[in-house]
Design a binder for this molecule. Structure first.
Ligand code: AMP
Ligand code: MG
Length: 525
């Protein structure tokens, strides 16, 4: 058994209180706290790739000892479990102390000079649980487990998931906060990432004027995860203003790149609060997320956000920018000059736009970007939103376009949710766009084989649609976990044709249009 290391707890200040009760913590970056032993833990699924990455795979799958660790029943050698203290802006409002309310970090595995942090989500209460119970229900754990892996295989930066354990314990949830609480099975996902440090970890120290801790945390983060920014490793203790600025610039770029990927695959996070923003530009905290079925820029899967739709698809880049402003405010005391931070923040939309255009060019199979392409991209998004058009199917089928207008209607047929309700105006708009695209393709320096290859490696055939997860959840509630493994397997190769899984390449069925868990999700998980 490898021993776990404790990078975070050994470098940063602990809460001196070790009792596990809800409280406001001051002058500390984390609190020690133990997982609760589940009554009858069972392995529901695991990711062999992550087990391999961590060197813990065996021919029989995960060992019993690892399963005990991943359910919180057994504490690994060297592990000193802890919950992080962080704050955040939720839906645009300052929320004060939040922290790991149902996540417990186990420590780090060092493999081939790479460090991976292991974290259990749903292993019981912590000092940061506030009104929550510290547990996670099976339905949301399945969603997080599957999507973490699906996103990775889509090429989107994300935290990973090693395992999904059921606990054998029931927990109470009022899914839509409408006075209908139900008992649901509990589960634990073991998440894996370089670290789980969020914007909110910096915000809490800044908000409470804990400037020594702020500097300690920033230096820890840079030394461990951004060492390339430090010119002279011998000088690791002395991180200069210039390094903090370069670090912030990288966070902005990493975040922008992540959002461009989200937009590419139609992913809507649903809860882009600053406490759900990873300092590594990783997608983190899969709650009421969703993939666009029909391309609706105003869609959000989160019923808690149904009114303001702050976290709708089209708003994600703006929210990311807003969140980065909050991070800049938090780390300002380390720099004490606003101009360089403002300059970087002002560059965010410019950088984002450039990356977005490159991504859209890839979706259309274009080798280079011309000035007029922006209009082509924007017109396409308008076309997709004009009638209910499945985003993934449309782009995937677009690779088959041969430049002939008479092939368009056949090409798009499978993408429409109401194929019989297309107006003449719409058809005209569609013809215009395809004409412009055909014209543009004549100036494309890629031949059609190259174009198709680029498009099919940019536009996934298989995405983890909410309704697909819901089918796996419904089966799991009957004790059958096979659909989880099946989805994991399909989503492992989202760009491959996989004709044997053609059924999974289909629009959201009608029954899922308004079903809880498919079109509507809440934060209650
Ligand atoms: P989220 O928006 O789901 O990332 O959660 C926001 C905050 O609420 C975080 O501090 C979580 O740790 C906390 N939280 C969410 N669910 C629970 C729960 N069941 N028990 C305790 N804390 C929770
Ligand atoms: Mg969260």
């Amino acid at each position: 058994m490898p021993k776990l290391a404790n990078l975070f707890t050994e470098s940063l200040v602990a809460d001196p209180e070790v009792g596990n009760f809800t409280r406001q913590v001051a002058d500390a970056s984390y609190s020690f706290c133990q997982p609760v032993k589940p009554s009858a833990a069972e392995l529901a699924s695991y990711s062999p790739e992550i087990a391999q990455l961590l060197n813990i795979n065996s021919s029989n799958g995960l060992s019993k000892e690892w399963q005990a660790i991943l359910s919180g029943s057994h504490i690994a050698d060297g592990s000193k479990p802890f919950a992080m203290r962080y704050a955040g802006h939720q839906f645009g409002n300052w929320a004060g102390q939040l922290g790991d309310g149902r996540a417990i970090n186990l420590g780090n595995l060092e493999i081939n000079n790479q460090s991976f942090e292991l974290q259990l989500k749903g292993a019981g209460p912590t000092p940061y649980s506030r009104q929550g119970d510290g547990y996670a229900v099976l339905r949301s754990s399945i969603r997080e487990f599957l999507c973490s892996e699906a996103m990775h295989h889509l090429g989107v930066p994300t935290t990973r998931a090693l395992s999904l354990m059921t606990t054998g314990d029931m927990i109470t949830r009022d899914m839509f906060y409408d006075g209908h609480p139900e008992q649901e099975p509990g589960a634990i996902v073991c998440r894996v990432a370089p670290s789980f440090i969020r914007f909110g970890n910096f915000q809490i120290h800044a908000a409470y004027q804990e400037l020594d801790l702020l500097k300690q945390l920033a230096d820890f983060t840079i030394n461990n995860y951004f060492p390339h920014l430090i010119e002279k490793p011998a000088n690791q203790k002395n991180i200069t203003k210039e390094i903090y600025i370069a670090w912030f610039e990288q966070i902005c770029r990493d975040t922008a790149d992540m959002i461009v990927h989200w937009q590419r695959v139609g992913f809507v996070h649903g809860v882009m609060n600053t406490d759900n923003m990873s300092i590594h530009g990783l997608t983190i905290d899969y709650g009421p997320y969703g993939f666009l079925d029909n391309f609706d820029p105003d869609w959000t899967p989160n019923t808690t956000d149904a009114q303001g739709k702050r976290y709708r698809y089209a708003n994600q880049p703006y929210v990311a920018h807003w969140n980065l402003v909050k991070l800049a405010e938090a780390i300002y005391p380390l720099i004490e000059e606003s101009e360089p931070l403002e300059a970087i923040l002002n560059d965010f939309p410019v950088y984002y736009e450039r990356q977005w255009q490159r991504m859209m060019a890839n979706k259309l199979g274009l080798a280079d970007i011309e000035v007029s392409d922006k209009k082509l991209f924007q017109d396409l998004e308008q076309l997709l939103a004009a009638v209910e058009t499945d985003m993934a199917i449309f782009y995937r089928e677009l690779a088959k376009f041969d430049g002939q207008l008479n092939s368009v209607s056949q090409l798009c047929a499978d993408a429409y949710y109401q194929p019989n309700a297309l107006s003449n105006d719409y058809i005209q708009m569609r013809n215009q766009w395809f004409l412009a695209y055909a014209e543009r393709l004549q100036r494309n320096s890629f031949d059609s084989q190259q174009r198709i290859a680029l498009m099919n490696s940019t536009n996934p055939k298989y995405i983890l649609r909410n309704y697909l997860s819901q089918v796996a959840i419904d089966k799991a509630h009957q004790g059958d976990y096979s659909e989880i493994d099946k989805l994991l397997n399909i989503m492992r190769k989202p760009y491959a044709e996989q004709p044997e899984y053609q059924d999974y390449y289909s629009k959201r069925p009608d029954w899922a249009r308004h079903k809880a868990g498919c079109s509507m999700l809440s934060c209650s998980s």
